[in-house]
Design a protein around this ligand. Structure first.
Ligand SMILES: Cc1ncc(C[n+]2csc(CCOP(=O)(O)OP(=O)(O)O)c2C)c(N)n1
Length: 330
């Protein structure tokens, strides 16, 4: 199969500006999670990804409408960056009937068929198999759609990853494996859990093209993702992108965070992906301080409206618990 030379072209005025708006909205949305949990509005746990916004956003900017994404327990940002409606996303998190799964999936089980979101997932690593299946289906149907899966450094220890790497490599399946290495699996640091911390070597070992990117830099993530998507579309197979990133909040609400130091958290806050991008865009002359303030105000308004929508949405009726759990046509 010939390799199409589709080089990524990050344009600060296009992907940079749009990306900043998306990241700012995701930050505002995710920053509400601990407070909504404290208020008792979220049943079960919810996992914010404050600090990791550049990964979801950079990858999403490289995707087309027919592409699919599979995600995990920390999936709100992936859905929002893919274009999910903040109100319906929030309603799902709060278990309300106007959510994407009529409130029956909750924070960790959001799916949006029309956006190709084949599911966030509470089972660590499960999205890896789903994306592989989506890519196989696309190939069998003669489509050039690409499947993305987001997973954490902890999930990279799941056996399904090796199987998926192997199948995608031998069958040239168009999967972009996006490992969000935020350095912790719940409370276990990567140093404790992995003897070879360069996770990209895992893809290389299976014949999967593998790259490391700075996950705090939208431009770097976008370039890598656009390359990976182009390879997949051209029939040249899978790519693993390992994005070095960090979550600023606890694993979930109520996390005591005794496994990491305040200095370490601060060190990563100094690399804030939103601050970095805003400064870069200002230097490149495509953003003024006033425009950035406006983006932040817009994000706050969108999230406040989403929250009001979700709070006003009723809970699903109990007798519907067993409906909508299986779909016959795929
Ligand atoms: C199969 C499975 N094992 C364990 C858990 C419990 N669990 C939920 S999140 C998590 C940590 C996952 O870490 P990682 O993949 O690095 O993602 P992160 O939370 O860092 O984004 C664990 C162990 C689970 N949900 N599913």
């Amino acid at each position: 199969m010939t390799t199409q030379t589709l080089t990524a072209h990050y344009d600060p005025a296009v992907q940079g500006f749009t990306g900043l708006a998306t990241m700012t909205m995701i930050r505002a949305f995710e920053s509400r999670m601990p407070l909504l949990s404290e208020e008792g509005l979220i049943r079960g746990s919810t996992h914010p990804s404050v600090g990791m916004e550049a990964v979801a956003t950079g990858v999403s900017l490289a995707l087309g409408p027919r592409d699919t994404i599979a995600s995990n327990h920390r999936g709100h940002a992936h859905c929002l960056a893919r274009g999910s409606d903040p109100g319906r996303t929030m309603a799902e998190i709060l278990g309300r009937v106007d959510g994407y799964g009529q409130g029956k999936g909750g924070s960790m089980h959001i799916g949006v068929k029309e956006l190709g979101i084949i599911g966030t997932n509470g089972i660590v690593g499960a999205g890896i198999g789903l994306a592989t299946g989506a890519a196989l289906a696309a190939k069998q149907q003669g489509s050039d759609a690409v499947a993305v899966v987001y997973f954490g450094d902890g999930a990279s220890n799941q056996g399904v990853l090796g199987e998926a790497f192997n199948l995608c490599a031998i069958w040239n399946l168009a999967v972009v494996f996006v490992c969000e290495n935020n350095h912790y699996a719940q409370s276990a640091s990567i140093e404790e859990m992995v003897a070879q911390p360069d996770l990209s070597q895992r893809g290389t070992a299976y014949g999967v093209k593998s790259v490391n990117v700075n996950g705090m830099h939208l431009d770097a993530v976008y370039e890598a993702a656009a390359e990976a998507v182009a390879r997949g579309r051209a029939g040249d197979g899978p790519t693993l992108i390992v994005a070095d990133t960090y979550r600023y909040l606890g694993h979930m609400a109520g996390d005591t965070e005794i496994y990491r130091s305040a200095d370490e958290v601060q060190e990563w806050k100094d690399k804030d992906p939103i601050g970095y991008l805003a400064r870069a865009l200002e230097q490149q002359g495509v953003l003024t301080a006033g425009q950035f303030a406006q983006l932040e105000a817009d994000a706050a308004r969108v999230v406040a409206e989403a929250e009001a929508f979700a709070r006003n949405s009723p809970y699903p009726e109990e007798f519907r618990a067993g409906t909508d759990v299986y779909e016959e046509t795929v």
